[in-house]
Design a protein around this ligand. Structure first.
Ligand code: DI6
Ligand code: FE
Length: 424
């Protein structure tokens, strides 16, 4: 440590000799030619943080010409720092479980058949409504903690199992509380238009009106929604209804994101683009026109290999076209009780590679810089750069691609949250 002078940079903490996956620079998307370079790797580097922000990033050699001091210095040779992982699509607040449906699907029932028979989302709605707010919190927290233990520092959580005003707000308050208790940044997405609640059977238009006129404004007024999502699908809500809900969201100043083209081509990518949505997620059945419109408008493609896997889907999302069109691809668990009961982003990353054939670099960018963009947060997270939030995951690895290649092996040796630091 150099002596303290007026020109000395005073940091809270610095890591020396560490390897960084900065996720900055390099070819952004189709990086098959150089699957390692696009992580923005910096070896034998240094990274400093101050007041919850990254204050300095560079090679150790460059640091030699800097006057600095730090309250805490870590010699970190052989360790890797990645941005704290960003999980951009979950439904992890819910009551009960649907293992019975898992069993029914193993016997041959389809997701749509189960939904139409009153199972699926509506089954979880019942369990979620029945749970008190405390019970819902206690049931949901372990899933958030499981993600956090893997290095997730920013987490999106959707409502959508309350399907009435009180219970949707209850879910969003639980999501907020999860953020408060864990120190994770929790982005709360209102998904009132997830399924039609039974009390509105035969009155879908009335429910959409209720969503637009009552639920959405209430969530916005209570500051319980950071964004609005819709399940646009033949078993859920139509294109026209989706557009109406997004128009209301726009009036309330809330960004849109969409469950698009998961089970059929519902023009989802195009709707997302027209409505200026941050992301369109799933996309297995997206049309060429949808992909082109997403590319034009910079909509992130949210890839959810867990749902593909559990549903034994056979139609892959159009990964090669997304690459060609330079559409940024995010990767997420879709953690939910039905189609993707997976509270492990590292597992979803492996699936993105094995099942969707993403490269490890694409996948790692998909859970950092592109996932941050899918949440509208690219400005200050998802990459290791000066000014970004000091949300970091520190790993003992030969190379970060191991995080995609090896399942069940890796946990961060330390997770740094801008708000607090915890050694694991
Ligand atoms: N698509 C999904 O994969 C989940 N929601 C959605 O709109 C499924 C949610 C569930 O089955 O509980
Ligand atoms: Fe989902």
């Amino acid at each position: 440590m150099k002596s303290s002078t007026a020109n000395t940079l005073a940091w809270d903490r610095v890591w020396l000799g560490v390897n960084l996956a900065t996720m900055t620079g390099g070819p952004a998307y189709n990086d098959g030619q150089d699957p390692t370079g696009s992580l923005g790797e910096l070896r034998d580097a240094a990274l400093a943080i101050k007041d919850g922000r990254i204050a300095w990033v560079g090679s150790r050699q460059q640091l030699a010409s800097v006057q600095w001091s730090a309250a805490n210095v870590t010699l970190a040779e052989g360790l890797w720092i990645t941005p704290g992982l960003v999980e951009c699509h979950t439904h992890l607040v819910y009551g009960g479980d649907r293992s019975n449906e898992f069993a029914a699907r193993l016997r041959g029932a389809t997701y749509e058949e189960i939904s139409r028979a009153g199972g699926g989302i509506v089954a979880t709605m019942r369990a979620t409504r029945t749970a008190s707010e405390d019970q819902l919190f206690e049931q949901s927290l372990p899933r958030a903690l499981a993600l956090a233990a893997e290095g997730v520092t920013t987490l999106e959580i959707k409502s959508g199992y309350g399907l009435d005003l009180d219970n949707e707000l209850k879910m969003l308050r639980v999501a907020r509380r999860i953020g408060e208790v864990t120190g994770l940044t929790v982005i709360k997405t209102f998904l009132g238009a997830h399924a039609l609640p039974p009390e509105f059977t035969g009155r879908q238009e009335d429910y959409v009106r209720h969503v637009c006129d009552d639920m959405l404004p209430a969530a916005a007024t209570a500051k319980l929604a950071d964004a609005v999502d819709v399940f646009c699908e033949r078993i859920a809500f139509t294109e026209e209804q989706t557009r109406r809900i997004f128009e209301r969201a726009r009036e309330l100043g809330l960004p849109a994101r969409l469950h698009a083209d998961q089970l059929s081509d519902g023009n989802g990518g195009e709707i997302a683009a027209d409505c200026g949505a941050l992301s369109a997620d799933h996309l297995e059945y997206a049309s060429e026109r949808s992909l082109q419109r997403m590319a034009e408008r910079g909509v992130v493609a949210g890839l959810l290999p867990g749902a593909f896997y559990y549903l034994r889907e056979t139609r892959l999302p159009p990964i090669e076209r997304l690459r060609e069109l330079n559409v940024p691809m995010a990767v997420s668990t879709d953690c939910n009780p039905g189609t993707s009961p997976i509270a492990s982003l590292l597992t979803a990353m492996n699936m993105a590679c094995v099942v969707f054939r993403l490269t490890a670099a694409e996948t790692l960018r998909g859970v950092t810089v592109h996932a941050a963009r899918a949440l509208g947060l690219a400005k200050d997270r998802g990459a290791l750069e000066v000014g970004a939030r000091a949300d970091l995951a520190i790993w003992r690895l030969r190379h970060p691609e191991q995080l995609c290649a090896e399942v069940g092996v890796h946990r961060p040796v330390e997770i740094v949250l801008a708000t607090k630091s915890s050694r694991t």
